[in-house]
Design a binder for this molecule. Structure first.
Ligand SMILES: [Mn+2]
Length: 277
C-alpha cells in the first residue's frame, strides 16, 4: 500500500471531467487530492462545470464546490500555473479562451513540453466525437443510456448508504463499460482517433479526457493519455520530474495504481521506485 504524503510532487497534474453541478460530482474527493499533492502546472482539461446539466435541472451550490475553487485560488497564489481547457459540457467558456480569470488562464488546447523533451497536446477530446459516433441519433441514444446508468448508480448509492455497505459510486458504470463489448469498442475508437490526431499534429503525446476512462497506451511511438474523471472514478494524470507519465487512481487515502509510463529508451524502472517517486 502506497500512502500519499502531502509532499508528493509532480511537474504536471491533469484532471478532467469533474462535472460540478451534477449530483454525481465529487468535489470533496478532488479537494482531498489537490491537498495531497504539489505540482508546477495544474491543467483542468474540460467539463469542470457541467453547464449542460445545470441548465436542464435544479442544482445546488454546495460548500465543497466553494472549497474547491478556494483551493484553486490557493494554488495560484502559491505559484502553481493553473490552466483551464473548457470541454463540451462547459463549452460556454470556450468563448473566453486567451483570457485569464483569478490567475487561471483559459486555452482551447494546450501544447506542453514534457521534462524528457516530448511534445504533448492537451485537449478535452469531444473534438473526436464526429470520428467515433456514426450518427447524431446514436450519440443521442448513448447520452440517454449514460444518463439512465448514472440514475441507477445514484439509486444504488442511496441504498448502499442506507444499508451501511461499502461505497458504490460509479460501480455500475464501470461494470457496464468493461463487460459490454460495444462500450470498450467506443473507448478504443476514441483512442485511435486521438492517436491519429497526434500524428497529424506532429506531437509525441496526446492528452484527453471526455470519455471517463483513464488510460495510458502507446502506438507507433505516440503516447495516448487520458486523465479519466471524477464522476465514475477519481483519477488524474501526472508527469513526474523526469517526464514520465502516470495515472493516479485516487481513493482518498492512497495511490492504488501509479501506472508509470517509461519511454522505451529510458532505463527500466521498477514499480516500487516509481511508487515512491
Ligand atoms: Mn466531455
Amino acid at each position: 500500500m502506497d500512502y500519499v504524503s502531502p509532499s508528493r510532487h509532480y511537474r504536471t497534474v491533469i484532471v478532467s471531467d469533474v462535472h460540478l453541478g451534477t449530483p454525481d460530482a465529487r468535489p470533496e474527493r478532488l479537494l482531498g487530492f489537490l491537498g495531497a499533492i504539489r505540482c508546477e502546472t495544474l491543467i483542468l482539461n474540460g467539463d469542470l462545470l457541467d453547464v449542460w446539466q445545470m441548465q436542464r435541472r435544479r442544482w445546488r451550490w454546495s460548500p465543497a464546490k466553494s472549497d474547491l475553487f478556494r483551493q484553486l485560488g490557493r494554488l495560484v497564489e502559491a505559484g502553481t500555473r493553473v490552466v483551464y481547457v473548457p470541454g463540451n459540457h462547459d463549452d460556454c467558456f470556450r468563448a473566453m479562451v486567451g483570457q485569464a480569470f483569478a490567475g487561471v488562464s483559459l486555452h482551447r488546447e494546450l501544447r506542453l513540453s514534457l521534462a524528457d523533451g516530448r511534445e504533448a497536446l492537451v485537449l478535452h477530446g469531444d473534438e473526436f466525437d464526429a470520428d467515433i459516433a456514426p450518427s447524431l441519433p446514436a450519440r443521442w441514444l448513448g447520452d440517454i443510456g449514460y444518463e439512465c446508468l448514472l440514475r441507477l448508480d445514484r439509486l444504488g448509492r442511496r441504498l448502499g448508504r442506507r444499508l451501511g455497505g461499502r461505497e458504490w459510486h460509479g460501480a455500475l458504470l464501470r461494470a457496464v463499460k468493461t463487460r459490454i463489448p460495444g462500450a470498450m469498442a467506443h473507448v478504443t475508437r476514441f483512442e485511435e482517433a486521438a492517436l491519429a490526431h497526434a500524428r497529424r499534429r506532429g506531437v509525441d503525446v496526446i492528452v484527453c479526457g471526455h470519455i471517463h476512462h483513464a488510460n495510458l497506451r502507446q502506438a507507433d511511438g505516440i503516447t495516448y493519455a487520458n486523465s479519466g474523471d471524477w464522476v465514475e472514478g477519481c483519477s488524474a494524470l501526472v508527469e513526474d520530474a523526469r517526464g514520465r507519465l502516470g495515472v493516479i487512481e485516487w481513493d482518498g487515502v492512497r495511490v492504488s495504481e501509479v501506472d508509470a509510463f517509461v519511454r522505451e529508451f529510458d532505463e527500466p524502472e521498477s514499480e516500487e521506485s516509481m511508487a515512491v517517486g
